[in-house]
Design a protein. Structure first.
Length: 85
């Protein structure tokens, strides 16, 4: 997802109108966004919450890998499916 988004953001002619159409506003890139781990964790949790709400399932880990530094074992996207199975 991150790689796809970064490729799209470079296509500025279509990126801005696509963001407005899908999200109601342009999502700006923050090159320093990974440095603040607390803020990054909050964004990741918000993303997971909305993914689960929209799709009624856990996100596939191969696509939505946030990194272990953000989540403890109970919050990782694959934790509930691993605990259940």
């Amino acid at each position: 997802i991150d790689e796809m988004w970064h490729r799209h953001v470079l296509d500025t002619k279509s990126y801005a109108p696509d963001c407005v159409a899908l999200c109601g506003a342009v999502i700006h890139h923050d090159a320093e966004g990974d440095r603040d781990i607390i803020s990054r964790r909050g964004r990741a949790l918000t993303t997971l919450h909305h993914y689960r709400r929209v799709f009624s399932q856990e996100p596939p880990v191969a696509v939505w890998a946030f990194g272990d530094e953000i989540f403890d074992a109970t919050l990782r996207p694959d934790a509930s499916s691993a605990a259940a199975g």
